[in-house]
Design a binder for this molecule. Structure first.
Ligand SMILES: [Zn+2]
Length: 72
């Protein structure tokens, strides 16, 4: 009976550890957003997050206007 209680305690501990790991998972994609890469516009040199930049094979731009300007 004592062994069963120990086994239950271990199983509960494993379940707790796994559920905590699962709870941490949604936070993982948030972290790169906070520490996101900054890119520099190739036309005006402004720094902006890479997610907001217009990115092409040639580089990053602050907006559609500067992308067009650079491709002229
Ligand atoms: Zn620009």
């Amino acid at each position: 009976m004592k062994l069963l209680l120990v086994l239950l305690a271990v199983l509960f501990g494993v379940w707790l550890w796994r559920s905590r790991r699962l709870a941490e998972r949604p936070q993982t994609p948030r972290r790169p957003a906070e520490l996101q890469n900054m890119v520099t516009c190739r036309v005006c040199g402004v720094h902006l997050p890479s997610t907001e930049a217009v990115r092409t094979a040639h580089g990053a731009y602050c907006g559609e206007g500067h992308r067009k300007q650079a491709e002229k």
